[in-house]
Design a protein around this ligand. Structure first.
Ligand code: PLP
Length: 435
């Protein structure tokens, strides 16, 4: 039997024991703010979990969900359909990079990663190259926690409890170089790290590799921004060797980098693009994969009559999620959220880099409205310094996120100058106090 109100829930990616001893609860949200159950205001510098890009509790979205819930609670999308699913897919195709117009719905970023990997495998099989089965990820990459995404992911701690995972997988090196410390936006050094793909091609044979999956900006392992020319080079090598390129845009999508997707900001278009989080402003779970026309046509048109792709979720294209996605895209369009993010980005960048002389700060990285502040760990006590800073911020009305000893910031895109000042002031004090 649970011992108190908190005991029954086994919390995800949480130190359950210490959390339940001293819980941090959020019970209400609006705009840039959360409130605790006691009514204490907390400024959200993380857009929830990289997902509430349009700010909290947007009436347009909640009304669309409510309206839909009372008219079409659910409709199956296996061999059936409902209008909102097709409308949502068309609207998403309106903001994805040109050519990535075929939208497959999932319910999360993890499901999107596994879906994209499976579509890549199905594509090669339909294209007469069934031997292309190897999947290439990257060290320090995060593609969610299902078996496919975990296998191509590069976070040791996430993998080690779960055995060998998928076998036919290899990894590129990560792009974090000490010579790039305190770079602003894209670092100068490291384009040659993409050449590791040539090494993997030589090792495994080009015609055995199905796809390469990377986050344009790696978020979960501490905000790793691609060096100048790196993504372009990966794209060129994939083209040269017939390998599909997948961008995991679960956090970089929906305006976070000042463009609808990071692909546009970096001028590199993948063959498959995964999304989730900001797609519905996080009001209802939803993810999606955008596939190129060539991939869709190859899989669908080369299949025998009947179902072409044996994949899907009961809740793929759930009506409530579709309604939320359409309303979210309306807000992004009407309020020009990507442009708004782009306009405030220089102020954001200067503000976060102003923290460089605080004690223990060893690097600061930024991309769009994302920032990573890396700290020297306390000797023999990894992650404790960042955890103390996080608690100090929360006690003083600021929500930040930490990953090991890096602070990751990703505020809602409706951020204003006063919010930037509050974030930097409170965080600066917290960093100075954690010595
Ligand atoms: N991919 C990336 C790049 C992410 O950052 C995340 C979550 O943070 C995921 C996938 C997993 O998304 P979800 O937690 O919705 O499954």
């Amino acid at each position: 039997m649970p011992r108190n109100d908190l005991d029954a829930a086994w919390m995800p990616f949480t130190a359950n024991r210490s959390f339940k001893a001293a819980p941090r609860l959020l019970s209400r949200a609006d705009g840039m703010l959360y409130w605790t159950p006691e009514g204490r205001e907390v400024l959200d510098a993380t857009a929830g979990l990289w997902c509430v890009n349009a700010g909290h509790n947007r009436r347009q979205i909640t009304e669309a969900i409510t309206r839909t819930a009372t008219s079409l609670d659910f409709a199956p999308t296996f061999q059936m359909g409902h209008p909102l699913m097709f409308e949502a897919a068309s609207r998403i195709a309106g903001v994805t990079p040109p050519g990535l117009d075929r939208i497959f719905f999932t319910n999360s970023g993890s499901e999107s990663a596994d879906t994209a990997l499976k579509i890549a495998l199905a594509y090669h099989r339909a294209n007469g190259q069934p031997q292309r089965t190897m999947l290439i990820g990257r060290e320090r990459g995060y593609h969610g926690i299902n078996f496919g995404g975990l296998s191509v992911g590069g976070i040791g701690a996430n993998r080690k409890q779960f055995g060998p995972l998928l076998g036919n997988v290899d990894h590129l090196p990560h792009t974090h170089l000490p010579s790039n410390r305190f770079a602003r936006f894209q670092p100068e050094h490291g384009v040659e790290l993409a050449d590791a793909l040539t090494g993997l091609v030589q090792l495994h044979g080009a015609d055995s590799i199905a796809a390469v999956i990377v986050e344009p900006v790696a978020g979960s392992t501490g905000v790793l921004v691609p060096p100048v020319g790196y993504l372009e080079k990966l794209r060129a090598l994939c083209d040269e060797h017939g390998i599909l390129l997948i961008f995991d845009e679960v956090i970089t999508g929906f305006g976070r980098l000042g463009t609808p997707f990071a692909a546009e900001r970096f001028g590199v278009t993948p063959d498959l693009l995964t999304m989730a989080k900001g797609l519905t402003n996080a009001a209802v779970p939803m993810g999606a994969v955008a596939a190129s026309e060539a991939i869709y046509r190859t899989v669908v048109e080369n299949a025998p009559p009947g179902i072409e792709l044996f994949h899907g979720y009961t809740y793929s294209g759930h009506p409530l999620a579709c309604a939320a996605a359409i309303a979210t895209l309306d807000i992004h369009r009407d309020e020009e959220l990507p442009a708004r993010a782009r306009a405030i980005e220089p102020e954001w960048r200067e503000a976060v880099h102003s923290l460089r002389d605080r004690p223990g700060v060893v690097d600061i990285r930024d991309a769009g409205l994302i920032a990573g502040i890396e700290l020297e760990p306390f000797a023999g006590r990894p992650a404790e310094r960042a955890a103390r800073i996080m608690q100090h911020c929360f006690d003083n009305g600021l929500l930040i996120r930490t990953t090991a000893d890096t602070i990751a910031l990703s505020p809602p895109l409706i951020l204003e100058r006063t919010h930037i000042d509050r974030i930097v002031t409170t965080l600066g004090e917290a960093i100075s106090a954690a010595t």
